[in-house]
Design a protein around this ligand. Structure first.
Ligand SMILES: Cc1cc2nc3c(=O)[nH]c(=O)nc-3n(C[C@H](O)[C@H](O)[C@H](O)COP(=O)(O)OP(=O)(O)OC[C@H]3O[C@@H](n4cnc5c(N)ncnc54)[C@H](O)[C@@H]3O)c2cc1C
Length: 418
């Protein structure tokens, strides 16, 4: 029997995993990548260090309208399978409290190993291939780019999301899925900096401080995170903000009010801070409150806090300042655009995708993998894990697939509208 011909659209994390998995199972694989090179986003991950998976998982590590499907896919190709896969490629890893990185701390290592395997397996790599048309003709997929036509028994759409400022992340994959009749849940940035309401942000730009931050939507507590907060000219950023951001974005997009409550002194109580300030003032009565604060907090921050509390009477200052520092409120009016986001929420609706195989329920032999699907993960390696798992599951399913099943279409034509 002739080997199956499989086309993977997109040479990113999920596409490369899908290509390797399918080729190892005997398929003839072609990757169609519309950029001049594959895996650009992999290189950007983890600040260039690539946090490729995580040994721990919380109930909200993945967010989707179909959490059971996501769980199923993650079980079918698990974190252990991922570690085995990369270990077989020769990757040595580093474990930082469960967050897994290449030992080299270079994302390039991960990409090079994947590309090396793609090449060893004889996968064809066609870059700068912009798909114009997808047709299903007598059970075969026909994909037309501006220069060539490709035929395949199965197609895996692994075109990623709109997140990041990388040129390949243009959302054209959503248009392809839509043109095949697939529903798309609204795509919005997740893991993204948040824009605050107010005119003081320019003054705190550049400050980094450890803080405990909780998100409230319409006054209701949603989630709390701790870690290094980056104060920016428009609002707030940093890992704890990324972790809260998708819930803030979701709330605001539903016309709800989102507010962050920040504790800038997470290591001690309000009483302790008040006491520290009182002691400072009694020892150095000539010092201003800003000067006393500067012994504890970054100078810029001390200036803002002192200014904010200056209307209080002198004897009330320590209490007022401590209150402000422990209960700082930032109303969120928006978020930075896709180019600042690490991932997107929303995407191809799992309702039209088979949970076991990631095959389209509308078109036999058409599969999805990666972030294009309606799932987004928290910071910590969960998004790449989804890319590895879904890429492997789609590839295993399409190489296993025996025959055309009804009631799928047998002939179908669509033009991709980028
Ligand atoms: C700055 C940054 C840091 C990140 N850090 C981490 C991290 O440390 N850990 C983690 O788990 N996740 C991280 N992520 C998220 C992670 O990179 C993505 O979730 C993951 O790469 C998604 O894999 P994918 O295969 O779905 O998409 P991608 O990796 O984006 O690949 C999609 C590919 O498809 C190509 N393509 C798009 N449209 C078409 C088309 N129409 N035709 C042909 N080709 C097309 C693109 O050019 C691209 O090569 C980070 C993201 C960013 C932006």
């Amino acid at each position: 029997m002739a080997a199956k011909e499989i086309i993977v659209i997109g040479g990113g994390a999920s596409g490369l995993m899908a290509a390797v998995t399918a080729a190892r199972r005997g398929a003839r694989v072609t990757i169609l990548e519309h950029q001049p090179a594959c895996g650009k986003k992999i290189l950007a991950t983890g600040n260039g260090r690539c946090n490729l998976t995580n040994l721990q998982k919380e109930p909200d590590s993945y967010r989707s309208h179909a959490p059971k499907t996501v769980e199923k896919v993650l079980r079918r190709f698990s974190v252990e399978d991922t570690l085995d896969f990369f270990s077989d490629l020769g990757l040595y890893i580093r474990n930082k409290n469960g967050w897994i990185y290449p030992y080299s701390q270079q994302a390039r290592t991960v990409l090079q190993l994947l590309l090396g395997e793609v090449s060893r397996l004889g996968v064809k790599l066609k870059t700068e291939a912009a798909i114009q048309k997808i047709q299903k003709v007598r059970g075969k997929w026909k994909l037309t780019t501006d220069t060539e036509t490709y035929q395949a028994d199965a197609v895996i759409l692994a075109a990623g999301s709109k997140a990041s400022n990388l040129p390949g992340a243009d959302g054209s994959g959503y248009a392809l899925a839509e043109s095949l009749g697939h529903r798309i849940y609204p795509v919005l940035p997740a893991l993204v900096p948040l824009v605050g309401e107010g005119d003081y942000f320019r003054q705190w730009e550049g400050i980094r401080m450890d803080a405990r931050i909780s998100l409230h939507v319409n006054g209701n507590f949603v989630k709390q995170e701790s870690g290094e907060l980056q104060l920016t000219g428009y609002g707030v950023s940093g890992i704890p903000i990324f972790q809260l951001s998708r819930y803030a974005v979701e709330g605001i997009s539903q016309k709800k009010r989102a507010e962050l409550r920040i504790d800038f002194f997470p290591d001690g109580s309000e009483r302790k801070l008040e006491h520290l300030l009182q002691t400072g003032k009694s020892r150095f009565p000539r010092k201003t409150w800003e000067e006393i604060l500067s012994g504890i907090f970054p100078e810029k921050f001390s200036r803002i806090v002192a200014r904010r509390s200056k209307k209080a009477r002198e004897e009330e200052q320590p209490r007022r300042i401590a209150q402000n520092i422990k209960h700082w409120k930032v109303s969120i009016r928006g978020w930075q655009d896709y180019t600042y986001a690490q991932v997107c929420m929303g995407g191809v609706d799992f309702g039209q995708v088979d949970a076991d195989t990631l095959e389209s329920r509308l078109h036999a032999g058409f599969y999805f993998a990666g972030e294009i699907l309606d799932v987004d993960g928290a910071c910590g390696g969960y998004n790449l894990q989804w890319a590895w798992s879904s890429g492997a599951v789609a590839a295993m399913a399409c190489t296993d697939r025996k025959e055309e099943r009804k009631p799928y279409d047998t002939n179908f034509t669509t033009a991709a509208s980028n």
